[in-house]
Design a protein around this ligand. Structure first.
Ligand SMILES: [Zn+2]
Ligand SMILES: [Zn+2]
Length: 355
């Protein structure tokens, strides 16, 4: 079968590889669609980062070359002999969290914080940019018939947004500001609106992304090139919003997210950074603000908690992945897709690869 395989930096090839074997507790999926994610681009341009380059990954035992793709869904085409909660023909999405099951975090049930954790499609175990993939049955979360099958590929990024919003401190009716409305920022905007945040400010320099933020529910959008966004937000919210989210991964947005949270407010950092940044600690201390980080979503035996919530909200229309899907390409075009997303000028948000 065909699979997009990471061989090294700027070296991803669509290879012919062996079809995955189905073990007693695993399921075999024919992939419908898989999304290209920012972390895939980091691996391609600057990796291997999460991908095990030299030492084998502690959970999968694999080293590059490995198949990529961790945001995907498809149809079950075979199940292991011990699997009884999923049937052939079901549409599923896959929670890619991999974990050891033995460390203190796994014992606490925080599988996504596992000391030696990883992700299917980045750490080994096959990937979604393939015709087929076998995963543990607890990773496969059913998607009902009334949700379009390709939306299964969007459950993962929306779970990142949902997890961030669940970790933040705000209630329905509270004000929120989101800095950066790329693929994940747009899921944060939607999850914050779904949690009752009002108003939601979205700060984003790219016109197309600002327009999308408004389309998916932001009450007000601000262009930080033209306006001093924190100042405008502070003025309109009587001294700062209840919660801010940083989803751009640069120094300026972290500083702005801290500055525009009210005294006692919460600042949630969702981005992964490429380098160290300077912040002003007194802005945290003197306003008694809380700054916290959030990573991925719950996994392992809790794989269906946040993924299931997102699927329910896709089904009832509370969350809408459609505006985020900007292109659909064949597996053979995947490197072009990576290059487009890494290029300067483009209006893409989520490119879906259809193996
Ligand atoms: Zn991702
Ligand atoms: Zn662990």
């Amino acid at each position: 079968m065909r699979s997009a395989v990471f061989h090294g930096r700027e070296d991803i090839q669509v290879d012919e590889i062996a079809e995955p074997a189905v073990e007693s507790d695993s399921v075999l999926i024919e992939v419908t669609a898989a999304g290209i994610c920012g972390s895939d681009l980091h691996e391609y341009a600057a990796g291997p980062i999460f991908i095990p380059g030299d030492a084998p990954h502690p959970v999968t035992g694999e080293t590059a070359p490995i198949s990529m793709g961790h945001e995907f869904g498809g149809e079950i085409i075979e199940i292991g002999e011990d699997v009884d909660d999923i049937a052939v023909g079901d549409t599923v999405t896959v929670n890619p969290v991999l974990y050891c099951g033995e460390c203190r975090y796994c014992e606490d049930g925080s599988y996504h914080l596992c000391e030696s954790g990883g992700f299917t499609g980045l750490s080994g175990g096959g990937g979604g940019f393939s015709e087929q993939i076998a995963v543990s049955s607890e990773q496969a979360i059913p998607v009902p018939d009334d949700v379009p099958a390709e939306y299964a590929a969007l459950v993962e990024p929306f779970s990142v947004g949902l997890h961030a919003v669940r970790n933040a401190e705000f209630s329905a009716g509270d004000s929120v500001a989101v800095y950066g409305t790329g693929p994940i920022g747009l899921t944060v905007v939607q999850a914050a609106k779904a949690a009752g945040a009002n108003p939601v400010y979205a700060v984003e320099p790219q016109d197309a992304r600002r327009e999308l933020a408004a389309e998916v529910g932001a009450d007000e959008t601000l262009d930080p090139i033209e306006t001093d966004a924190p100042e405008a937000i502070i003025e309109q919210s009587n001294g700062g919003v209840d919660a801010t989210f940083e989803v751009a991964g640069i120094e300026q947005t972290v500083r702005d997210a801290i500055r525009s949270a009210k005294n006692g407010g919460s600042v949630t950092i969702v981005s992964i950074f490429e380098e160290s940044i300077a912040i002003e600690p007194n802005e945290i201390v003197l306003g008694e603000r809380t700054v916290s980080g959030t990573l991925a979503y719950e996994g392992g035996p809790k794989s269906d908690v946040e993924f299931g919530a997102v699927i329910d909200m896709f089904a009832d229309g509370t969350l809408d992945p459609e505006p985020l899907i900007t292109s659909r390409i064949d597996l053979g075009e995947i490197v072009d897709g990576f290059e487009t997303l890494l290029g300067g000028e483009h209006d893409e948000i989520k490119i879906l690869v259809e193996p």
